[in-house]
Every structure is written in C-alpha cells, then in structure tokens.
Ligand binder design. Sequence first.
Ligand code: ADP
Ligand code: MG
Length: 225
Amino acid sequence: MIELENVAYSYGGGELLSNVSLSIQPGSFHFLTGPSGSGKTTFLKMLYGELIATAGHVRLGGIDTRSMSRDQIALTRRSIGMVPQDTQFLDHLRLVENISLPLLVSGRDTGSAQTNLDDLLRWVGLTNHANAYPPELSGGERQRAALARAVIMSPSVILADEPTGNVDWEMSQRLLTLLVELNRLGKTILIATHDLTLIRAAKAQVQARVLRIAERRLHLAGADL
Ligand code: ADP
Ligand code: MG
C-alpha cells in the first residue's frame, strides 16, 4: 500500500507539486498524466524513495520514506519495480546479464532463478536477443528489457515512467498488454504517460484510474478522457 498525505515537492524554487493526498490500493491500475515538466517523474521518484517529499508524508508499507534508513529504502525497493524514463544498461554486458543484474546485486541465487529468467525473456519476446549487447537493441526491445529487469525480483508494485515514450503504436500496445497481464497477476501498476491515446486503449482492457497533474495539484481525471 502506498499512501501520500499532503505531499509537496520542491527542487529548491517554488513547489512543483503541492498538497497531494492519495492512496494506491494493492492490485490497482493507475495512469499518471500531465504535460511535460509537470512533475510525473518527480512523483514516481517519491514513490520509489529516490526523492523525499519536501512536505507531507509518503508511506510505503506504512512507513514514511523520510524516516527510512538507506537499508530500509533498499529493502522496500525490492517490492517495487521501476521502469525509468530512460533505462541505462551496461553496454559491455549481454542483455540477459543486464536483466538479471538485480538478482546478482541482491545476492539471490541466480542458478535457481534461471528458469524464471528464461520465462521472463520469453514473456517479453526477447529470447532471441538474450546474448545481444544493449547498443544492438531497438527502442522497443530496450523498453521490454527495462520492463523485464523491473519485474525480475517479483515486485508487487510496478512504476513505469513513459514506457511507450520512444516506440511506435504497435509496440506501445504490446508493452501495455504486458503491464495489463502483470496487473491480472495482482500487481499494482502505475504508468506515467502523456499519451492519452494509450490511456484510452488501456481503459478498454483494464479498470484504471487516471491521475492528472495540473497547476501543481493531483486531480482524479473524469471518464471523459
Ligand atoms: P515530467 O516527468 O512530468 O516531465 P519532471 O518531474 O521530470 O516532469 O520535472 C518537473 C520539473 O522539475 C521540470 O521543470 C524539471 O525541469 C524540474 N526538475 C526535474 N529534476 C530536477 C532537478 N534535479 N533539479 C531541479 N529541477 C528539476
Ligand atoms: Mg518525466
């Protein structure tokens, strides 16, 4: 469960986000929309404990991120998969190694995870690219690899920042389908996007709430999108 209470964020100038209160229930599907520069990425970073609210409370699993130690943040992040806006891969490692990096870092036994890894690659349609290096991948392949890396630790929450930003319509539909499938498995999904067409397409497949940032506030968008 993710809870925000009167949250504000400022990078030092005026407040970018003010007075945001929200609870995100386990298993729910949310979109976060708003113009470029409105604070979508900033918002996701607060949910990931990467940024700490400058006012108010962001509670992850009941604990305020402000009072978490580095270890607690690291532990909490294991249950949250983040697909960053521009995922960085290590170019000298093969795709399969890049995707399994979180397993290595967490000290989890990669041997027993091998089957999962194979399944995961098949699920995102990258089996044939397992041994490719990141610079050899297309934009859509990178985005699917980023999603695979975000879910490899079996997080209960997936935050995706403009996952369809640099891909064509067909690929964005494919990514959306993967996220809808994860939601059907019970995962909480939050997608930041300025693509209203994508949101409309999703609404035919899944019950989603649409949050919109406008004038520093978070609004629940109506059904008229
Ligand atoms: P969005 O994802 O909706 O495009 P962002 O959260 O990336 O919006 O950025 C919101 C605003 O905050 C922008 O004006 C951006 O320039 C500013 N901003 C983002 N990161 C920083 C930073 N590290 N320091 C100062 N300002 C920042
Ligand atoms: Mg952004």
